[in-house]
Structure formats: C-alpha cells, structure tokens
Design a binder for this molecule. Sequence first.
Ligand code: ZN
Ligand code: ZN
Length: 258
Amino acid sequence: MGYFKLSLLPPQCVCCGKTFLAHRSPGLKPKLKCDEAKLQESLCVYCLQGLQRYRRVACKTCGLGLGPRLQQFGWTHCRHCRQAEDLQLKTWVCADYEPPFDQWISSLKYGGAYEIAPFLAAWMSLRMRGPNGIQAHGLPWPDVWMAVPSHASKVKQRGYNQAALIAKSLSGLTGIPYVKGVLIKTSETFSQAELSREQRMLNLASAFVCRKQVNQNWVVGLVDDVMTTGSTLDLCTEALLKAGAKDVIRFAVCRTPE
Ligand SMILES: [Zn+2]
Ligand SMILES: [Zn+2]
C-alpha cells in the first residue's frame, strides 16, 4: 500500500493510486492545516474534482441516500422513517458504501492504512460545511466528538480503532474536542455480516455502555466508519442518552445503500 510515503517522493493519490505533482489552489497556504489542504495533498486533481462533484442527499433520521425522485418531491426522510414517524434520531452520512469509498474504508479497516483516517475526516469536515452539510440537515454542530468503540481485543489486533482515528482527526479540523473512554464496548461480538437483524440485535444488546456520566449540556457527535443497519449506532445513542447526554447526532463516512 502506498500510504506511507517519504516526503521526497511525489505524493500518491489515495483514490486512484497514481503519483501526482503537488497542486494547490493559489489561495491556500502550503502549511495550512485545514480540510481542503488535506484533500489536496491526498488526491490527484482528477479524483479531487470527482470528489467535489459528488452529491448525496440523505434521510435526516437514518442517513439512507434519497433517490432523485424523492428529492424532486422535497422529501427529507426515507419512506421507512416517514412511516415510522420516529424522527427523533439524527444522522449525517457522507457517502454510500460503494466504490471508491468502500475501498478506502476497507484499506483503513483491514489493510492497516491508518493514514486514510485523516483524509476521510477532511472529506467529511468539508462536506459537513457544504450544501448537503449539517446545516442543510437542520443540525447543530456537536459539542464533543466521540467514536463508536471497538472491543479492546479488536483494538489490540488491529492496532487502532478506525472510528476513533476519524473522530480525532475531525476534532483537529473542527476545533471541537474529542472525548474518549466514556462509551465502551464490553463484549466481543461476532462478525455482523453473517447474522440476521434479530441475531445482530441480540448479539449487540448490552455490548455498549457508558462508564461515566455524560455532561448534560453536551450534544455528542458520535462517529463511525460504516453504518450498516444502524443498530450499533442506535445502541450507542441509547447508552449516551441514558448517561445524561443532551442529544446525540450520529456521523458516518458511509452507509450501505438499501
Ligand atoms: Zn487520483
Ligand atoms: Zn430514513
């Protein structure tokens, strides 16, 4: 994998893998530590343009992408959430779990490419401020970032919790503090992919707890890499609200489409 590069070598595009000559918009200072600068140093100009053109409008409750027809009719929620009329949950998702985004996530999760995390955070942070950003969703900025926890054995095996890496980078880019060690995962769960929804819920129930009270004034920005059914985020949200959080907004890089 080409993510660990010497500064003497030309940078390699995170998206297409080609090396490219460093390029920057004239207005950006070279050492500027911002989301745009981070994206420019991670992507070739073609992939950068592709990312800038990427549009996605999502359900405000569950983060599922809304198709063009629903958008045309001005729907802000998917049909499931409209039917359920449970619009309390707040979710903001960056992209559908499809190429090239799924490849970035799997490099981060299974390829040891932890350098992808700041890049993903930069992209999220930029989109959060954009036309389909959190303001368009009627959401406030959170008071703190927290990450969906991994079990200690998983962190030991992988060397890191990818959601925590993303949350930490988001903190650096947004100036909103990252708080760790509050929400923890107590039991190891089986691989989610092989289980039905019922089995998954049973498997996850009581897996997430808060080990201390959460400040009652905090709107927590809860970060995960991929949202699949949302059951993990639901349980974490429940645990945080039970521990006193004022509200929870769930953030994910990707969500698996329906
Ligand atoms: Zn590229
Ligand atoms: Zn929905």
